[in-house]
Design a protein around this ligand. Structure first.
Ligand SMILES: *Cc1c(COP(=O)(O)O)cnc(C)c1O
Length: 413
């Protein structure tokens, strides 16, 4: 590395540190759960996405071990070569049944599912409409696809409608070649993409209105329900089930397996033509090693437990209700969320970091979420709950918040 290049990296890192935006990792020992050993110290943890408390479930571990015994540790190849195993295939069928779609296709991660799906469906000349607060992977997916990216106001179907109605501005149309009439260009395809449950805010997308608007403009709707599946809806089947939306309303559904289901990976669900299109065209599916088949066996176990033990979901909702009631009474700035993601917006990144540190000094881990993960001025503590938390844990969190919140207010005034 040349000296000026290295100096630039160092200066960028220092600037980041000064702005309170420096990110550092912590090392966890042992199992994920309500209590964890983080950087060598016992902590009460309120920042994992293991909503149903399945990530350390012995039945998943047993399924993983049995899967490894049967299939080995690695898949050995991409899905389109010899990596697609019986376990993957069975999991795809079970995921499709779970979300009520004809087919599902496994991806290694949610990030890759979004990149692969959007880029397989769209290209230059097409448009993708994205909620401003969508997950970063959907934003990157739009950019990778080469389609024109239009971002609309958060959770605002009217803003989406206006954006869809705007004619496609195109340099080629604005400046037609001198002696040719401007070609009547087709508007191309339009895809609307939205988180189902917004990952940093916990609120639900207004999907019935988004679906109506998309359909009125001939656009498709793709929903990434990473935080809804397993948690939201009468049977934990996610935000589409909550709103009773069918495949006509939302043709493309993305789910992830590393959150409520406690394993790793992701899937896209839809009809046969969608899935076959992705198999032919999604580069993040084609050009990568299939995930370990044993992992698919662990996820199959997770699906069975999530279905057989509704108490996990019920308990989670009771914990959220307890937290919201307590936080409201304490005057904390709750958001509009009814899900296990309960942000407390602090405004500045420094304040979020100070509050997170003050909680940690009391043995409680809540992560500070800062720009660019969230927009400028909306840094926050992102509190999340798991079915493994107890009421006493929630009460401890509330007591600690009541102590540190006003102090931070005074300190940062
Ligand atoms: C976590 C998340 C992803 C990424 O999923 P991974 O499997 O962790 O790569 C995608 N979309 C949303 C909304 C997420 O919250």
């Amino acid at each position: 590395m040349s000296a000026p290049f290295a100096a630039r990296l160092h200066a960028d890192l220092e600037a980041r540190r000064r702005a309170g935006l420096y990110r550092a990792r912590r090392v966890r020992d042992g199992m994920p759960g309500a209590e964890g050993v983080i950087d060598g110290r016992g902590r009460l943890v309120f920042c994992s996405n293991d909503y149903l408390g399945l990530a350390a479930h012995p039945a998943l571990g047993a399924a993983l071990a049995e899967g490894a015994r049967r299939y080995g540790t690695g898949s050995g190849a991409a899905h389109l070569i010899t990596g697609h195993c019986r376990a993957h295939h069975a999991l795809e069928e079970e995921l499709a049944a779970f979300v009520g779609r004809p087919r599902a296709l496994l991806f290694s991660t949610g990030y890759m599912a979004n990149l692969g799906a959007v880029a397989a469906l769209l290209g230059r000349g097409d448009r993708v409409f994205a909620d401003r607060l969508n997950h970063a992977s959907l934003l990157d997916a739009a950019r990778l696809s080469g389609a024109r990216l239009v971002r609309y106001r958060h959770a605002d179907a009217d803003a989406l409608g206006r954006a869809l109605a705007r004619p496609l501005k195109d340099r080629a149309l604005a400046r037609p070649p001198k002696d040719r009439a401007p070609a009547r260009r087709s508007e191309g395809r339009a895809l609307v993409v939205s988180d189902g449950v917004f990952s940093m805010d916990g609120d639900l997308a207004p999907l019935p209105a988004l679906a109506r608007t998309a359909r009125a403009h001939g656009a498709w709707l793709m929903v990434d329900d990473a935080h809804g599946l397993g948690v939201v809806g009468p049977r934990g089947r996610g935000v589409l089930d909550h709103y009773a939306l069918d495949a006509d309303a939302v043709p493309v559904l993305v789910g992830t397996l590393g959150k409520a289901f406690g394993t790793f990976g992701a899937f896209v669900a839809g009809d046969a033509d969608l899935i076959e299109t992705l198999i032919q065209r999604a580069r993040t599916y084609i050009y990568t090693t299939a995930p370990p088949p044993a992992l698919a066996e662990a996820t199959r176990a997770a699906l069975r437990i999530a279905a057989a033990e509704p108490w996990r979901r019920e308990r989670l909702h009771a914990l959220v209700a307890r937290f919201r009631a307590g936080a409201q009474a304490a005057g904390l700035p709750l958001g509009a969320s009814t899900t296990p993601i309960q942000p407390l917006v602090t405004g500045s990144a420094e304040r979020a970091v100070a509050l997170s540190a003050a909680l940690e000094a009391r043995g409680i881990l809540v992560s500070a979420i800062r720009p660019p993960t969230v927009p400028q001025g909306t840094a926050r503590l992102r509190v999340t709950f798991s079915a493994l938390h107890e009421e006493a844990h929630v009460d401890r969190l509330l007591a600690a918040l009541a102590e540190v919140w006003p102090a931070a207010e005074a300190g940062c005034a």
